[in-house]
Ligand binder design. Structure first.
Ligand code: CA2
Length: 144
């Protein structure tokens, strides 16, 4: 596939709580939008969500064999996970860290990302459009 999209803990709860921060769409709604966006760009995507850090590590490792690029919303593990940092550092293709919310305008513990240093770029604060922007950024790199 072209882009593996990986989602971290609690994102399966989207649309059910805190719509003022994360919007009204469910993760399934966002997946459908990503699939449509990718198809329009002539790209194939994979989609994965887990609440477990090790499963996210495994998904990144598997992407080394199956995907040309990664887009990841690591959710709370963004701020804590050396394991995700290490796994992402082994993936050689382009990688985007993305967030629905503007993490730098929120609590100070969300200002630091463990993984920003090993990704190609970061997109945050555009709601579900952050996923669309990540797909477009990776599309441009893959086609260049
Ligand atoms: O803004 C983002 O996309 C985040 O990655 C979302 C994470 C948060 O820990 C990061 O700092 C920023 C939280 C995802 C939890 O999603 C919820 C869904 C429904 C209700 C409450 C939380």
């Amino acid at each position: 596939m072209d882009i593996m999209i990986i989602n971290g803990p609690n994102l399966n709860m989207l649309g059910q709580r805190q719509p003022e921060i994360y919007g009204h769409e469910t993760l399934g709604d966002i997946e459908a939008k990503c699939r449509a966006e990718a198809e329009a760009l002539g790209l194939t995507i994979g989609w994965f969500q887990s609440n477990h850090e090790g499963e996210l590590v495994t998904a990144i490792q598997e992407a080394r064999e199956t995907a040309r690029a990664i887009a990841i919303n690591a959710a709370a593990y963004t701020h804590t996970s050396i394991a995700l940092y290490d796994a992402l550092s082994m993936f050689e293709g382009p990688k985007v860290e993305l967030h629905l919310s503007h993490v730098h305008a929120r609590e100070s513990f969300r200002h630091h990302s463990m993984i920003s240093g090993v990704v190609t770029g970061v997109i945050a604060g555009f709601g579900s459009s952050s996923y669309k922007l990540a797909i477009h950024a990776l599309s441009d790199i893959l086609k260049s």
